[in-house]
Design a protein around this ligand. Structure first.
Ligand SMILES: [Zn+2]
Length: 166
């Protein structure tokens, strides 16, 4: 597969034009990034890392491109953002509820909250949920280890996760 274009550049420009994007606006940008990545042949996940109201990293799931199952969007965002300073207190916006691997990395690095659009129940019909891994690891999410906040999505889960040929 040919390398995908650097998908963060446009986002940085559009979001820095806003004085202070809301959680909903950040999340909608995340969904847009995930959708674009899906349309380019990647897995339909994206994450933004925002600290003190500023976008530090935007990332997509690189599993298919890299042949590496650990390259989830949240991990990619952490990896990129950590090159630019401490992550403690940053907020992560994710298109889907974080899987256990990502949630662990987010907690270990002091992320203060995660806002996401689609939960495991939304993703399950399309095979993109991580609830089986949570069950096997015996990791209950109530109470969650950090605030995990679901916000409304302007698009249905099927628009992101469903067949691209619908
Ligand atoms: Zn993950």
């Amino acid at each position: 597969m040919s390398p995908l274009p650097q998908s963060g550049a446009h986002l940085v420009n559009s979001l820095t034009a806003l004085t202070s994007p809301s959680h909903q606006e950040w999340l909608e940008q995340t969904l847009h990034l995930a959708l674009t990545h899906r349309q380019q042949g990647g897995r339909p996940f994206a994450a933004l890392l925002v600290k003190e109201g500023k976008l530090v990293a935007s990332a997509v799931n690189r599993m298919l491109e890299a042949g590496d199952p650990t390259r989830h969007a949240e991990m990619e965002a952490l990896r990129d953002a950590s090159q630019q300073g401490p992550l403690k207190g940053a907020v992560v916006y994710a298109s889907g509820h974080p899987c256990p691997m990502c949630l662990c990395a987010l907690v270990m690095n002091g992320i203060s909250a995660v806002y996401y659009a689609f939960d495991n129940a939304d993703a399950a019909p399309f095979g993109f949920d991580s609830s089986a891994s949570y069950d096997r690891l015996r990791l209950p999410l109530s109470p969650p280890p950090l605030p995990l906040i679901k916000l409304p999505s302007p698009i249905p889960a099927s628009a992101l996760y469903g067949s691209q040929h619908e």
